[in-house]
Write a protein that binds this ligand. Sequence first.
Ligand SMILES: [Zn+2]
Length: 221
Amino acid sequence: MSEKCYLCEAEKFSMEHVPARCFFPEEPEYRKDLIKVPSCQQHNENTSKDDEYVRNIICMSIGNNSVAFKQFIDKVIKSFQHSPALQSQTLQNTRKVYVEGKEGIQHTFAFEIDRNRFDKVMKKIGYALYYHTYNKVWQRGLIVATDCLLNIGLQQDEYGQLISMYRQQIIEPIFDGKNPKVFQYKFQETESEEVILWMKFYEGFEVFIIPNTNTSRPDEI
Ligand SMILES: [Zn+2]
């Protein structure tokens, strides 16, 4: 395994978990062979607040398994108690909404999220997993696509719609990842010799990372 930074190939300074450890419950059964990648001094900046922010959003989303609920009870509530600022940043403009779920119409809450912050965490995971898988830097800008977040009108954005359509046309792959109840991922090759990363958190929340083929270097993150 190479010892160069996963984002810029500078000398290794430390190793980083991917996804961050806060996504995984503390019990060993959920922390089997966590993935780590080398990062340089510049790119090992502490992003634990951002990681926690995104972890909380995902755990509060509907459609996940019981491990997400456990994380919500064990961690999300605690992280809000430790940091009222994080709580108020997270639960901005909360309102009651009705959504159509697997069990019919459900009453739930919607809140506004910081999409840039969310995307930054997801891109970081994308670059790190690419490096872990292919042993080289993903020399592309990345697009974060998900149909698990809705826009302000409670609709899917363009990429969300694209993902929903895509999912209907393909058979789900066999995912990688040693802790499938927490996190799974799969790189899928496209006809143009690019790869798309399909990630699944808590068996429910899915995020796709798509390369911007007009670019030839990683985004600044
Ligand atoms: Zn670096």
